[in-house]
Design a protein around this ligand. Structure first.
Ligand code: CMP
Length: 136
């Protein structure tokens, strides 16, 4: 079942020069970068992207953080890539993400209002279709 998912390298990953390290892990796993772009997302785009989190305490800090600098948006393709990328990324909280995952190996817990956890990946086929249409 070949799928596509949206992967974002968040501003913390871009600022820490981890673009190559993160993409290397995706390619080493066998996934294909079908499309890619780097830009600072507008708050309008982020409000749409994170619509399901509107009203949560971390929503506004999350939008501020995500619009604070460039993000790399990747259309990633492969067999069961939606689930596979989430395994590679590890748990949301970098402190508890397992070693071997992107967040477990590279993520830092800054003790801030929002998890600056390097990457985002769509969580279902429906989310992937919706998010890819927004970002590409
Ligand atoms: P992401 O996969 O981009 O989706 C929502 C983001 O909100 C998540 O990654 C984290 O960056 C952030 N997030 C999710 N849950 C929390 C939380 N409990 N506290 C702070 N930030 C969170």
């Amino acid at each position: 079942m070949t799928q596509q998912t949206l992967v974002l390298i968040k501003p913390d990953g871009v600022k820490r020069n981890l673009i190559g390290e993160i993409i290397s892990r995706l390619e080493a796993k066998g996934y294909v970068v079908a499309d890619l772009k780097k830009f600072t997302p507008t708050k309008d785009l982020l409000h749409k992207h994170y619509a399901e989190h509107e009203g949560k305490p971390f929503f506004e800090p999350l939008v501020e953080f995500m619009s604070s600098g460039d993000v790399v948006a990747i259309k990633l393709e492969g067999h069961r890539v939606i689930e596979g990328f989430r395994s590679l990324a590890g748990a949301t909280d970098p402190t508890v993400a397992l070693p071997g995952t992107i967040r477990g190996d590279l993520g830092r817990d800054w003790g801030l209002k929002v998890q600056q956890n390097l990457v985002h990946g769509s969580d279902s086929e429906e989310s992937a279709a919706r998010e890819l249409a927004l970002w590409f």
